[in-house]
Design a protein around this ligand. Structure first.
Ligand SMILES: [Mg+2]
Length: 185
C-alpha cells in the first residue's frame, strides 16, 4: 500500500492537452483565485522568446475573469524575467520546484492560501508534485514541444513509467486536438 501513497501524491487533479483546454469557469467555482503556471513547455515551447497571440488572448481572458496569474519557473531570471515583462505577468524564477519555497513565495505575494491556488505545468516531478504537497489543485498539460532541457529529458524517462501507473489508476491521457496545438511554430 505504501507505493500507492507516493503515487497518489503525483496524481494531477486534471490532465488536459494544453492551457487552452482548461475549464476556467469550473476553476472559479472551485474557489481558485490564483493561477500559478510553469513557463517552458506549458505556456510556450522551451526557451521560446515570444508571446503567441493565442497566449496573450488567454491571459487577457484569465485576468478579465478576476484570476491572479503568476509564472512559477525553475528557469533562471534572465529567461523568466524577460518573458514575464513581455506578457505583463509577474513571475517567480529559479523557483526550485518541487520544493515549496517558490510556491510559498507566490502565495505570499498574492496573500492566498494554497486551497485558492491552482498550479499548471507539464512535469509531474516538479509542477504537480510540488503543488500537491501544499494541497494545491494541480493541472498537468502535455508538453508543448519535444525540444527540452537535457535534465528534463532524463526525468521524462521516469515520468513515463509513473504516468503509465497513474493511467492504470484512472488518469486519462488527453486527446490532442491538432487545431489547438499552435505552440510548435
Ligand atoms: Mg515545463
Amino acid at each position: 500500500m505504501r507505493s500507492l501513497a507516493w503515487l497518489s501524491r503525483l496524481m494531477p487533479d486534471e490532465y488536459v492537452a494544453s492551457i487552452y483546454d482548461i475549464d476556467l469557469d469550473a476553476l472559479w467555482r472551485r474557489g481558485i483565485r490564483l493561477i500559478l503556471t510553469d513557463l517552458d513547455n506549458t505556456l510556450v515551447p522551451w526557451n521560446h522568446p515570444d508571446v503567441p497571440t493565442e497566449l496573450a488572448a488567454w491571459l487577457r481572458d484569465v485576468n478579465a475573469r478576476g484570476f491572479h496569474v503568476c509564472i512559477l519557473s525553475n528557469n533562471g531570471e534572465d529567461r523568466v524575467g524577460a518573458f514575464s515583462k513581455l506578457c505583463g505577468i509577474p513571475a517567480v524564477s529559479a523557483a526550485g520546484k518541487p520544493k515549496s519555497r517558490g510556491f510559498l513565495q507566490a502565495l505570499r505575494r498574492f496573500e492566498m492560501p494554497p486551497e485558492a491556488a491552482a498550479m499548471i505545468g507539464d512535469q509531474l516531478f516538479t509542477d504537480i508534485q510540488g503543488a500537491k504537497r501544499l494541497g494545491m489543485y494541480a493541472i498537468l498539460v502535455l508538453p508543448q514541444h519535444s525540444v527540452e532541457w537535457w535534465g528534463t529529458k532524463i526525468s521524462r524517462m521516469a515520468e513515463r513509467v509513473v504516468l503509465r501507473r497513474l493511467e492504470a489508476r484512472g488518469l486519462r491521457r488527453p486527446q490532442v486536438d491538432s487545431d489547438r496545438r499552435r505552440g510548435n511554430d
